[in-house]
Design a protein around this ligand. Structure first.
Ligand code: SAH
Length: 195
């Protein structure tokens, strides 16, 4: 493993993520929404934090080497671990999108005929898609030999997660009531059995 290959894995991973998401994104544009919480704050978290940290900043780093002052030594074993974590995250993304199906949206929305999904990965944690995003962000930190570009994903997605998750759970409680309350009582948020 070389720094160049590690950087290419980050770019290839982002493209693979986009390809996995594309058919779901297309369907979601056509699916009717009955409740929309896509506020300015939500859009800032989505684009200004998450997309910036997982997309723009690592892309600029790979393309230009900026910011040079934040370079750290490249350790091949750490980068290999990053590649493995990235593979797991993409697998989880693929599964979670299939399990959530037409109920998915990139922001906070309740769909017409929304169904509460509690099977598959959703039987273990309430937010497996966010677990997958955290693994992606962790992979980025392990693969990119730069403190700023490497950690940007964890900071950017971390902000989205911590400012969104309580809001999302309140929305789901209002939509599904006791069904979601019981579901919350038997599941963790993103790490099975821990958090
Ligand atoms: N937080 C979930 C889903 C992310 S997508 C995860 O990390 O896997 C966000 C949308 O998914 C929200 O608009 C919400 O309406 C929907 N959602 C969240 N949990 C759900 C569930 N268990 N079943 C069905 N829809 C869900």
């Amino acid at each position: 493993m070389t720094p160049f290959i590690a950087k290419m894995i980050v770019i290839a991973g982002a493209i693979a993520w986009f390809v996995i998401r594309l058919p779901h994104q297309r369907r979601s544009w056509k699916t009717k929404t009955v409740r929309n919480e896509r506020s300015a704050r939500e859009l800032f978290l989505l684009y200004g934090c998450s997309f910036m940290g997982l997309g723009i900043i690592p892309f600029v780093y790979v393309a230009t080497g900026w910011p040079k002052f934040a370079e750290r030594p490249f350790i091949p074993a750490i980068a290999w671990l990053g590649a493995a974590v990235f593979a797991v995250s993409l697998y989880l993304f693929y599964r979670v999108h299939r399990e959530l199906g037409r109920n998915w949206s990139d922001s906070l929305e309740v769909r017409e005929k929304h169904v509460l999904v509690t099977h598959g990965l959703y039987a273990h944690v309430r937010h497996p898609m966010y677990s997958a995003f955290f693994l992606w962000a962790l992979a980025q930190a392990l693969l990119l030999p730069n403190w700023f570009a490497g950690l940007a994903g964890l900071v950017g997605f971390g902000l989205l997660f911590f400012f969104r998750v309580g809001h999302e759970e309140r929305m789901m409680l209002e939509a599904f009531g006791d069904e979601y309350r019981a579901y919350m009582a038997r599941t963790a948020r993103i790490i099975p059995g821990i958090y």
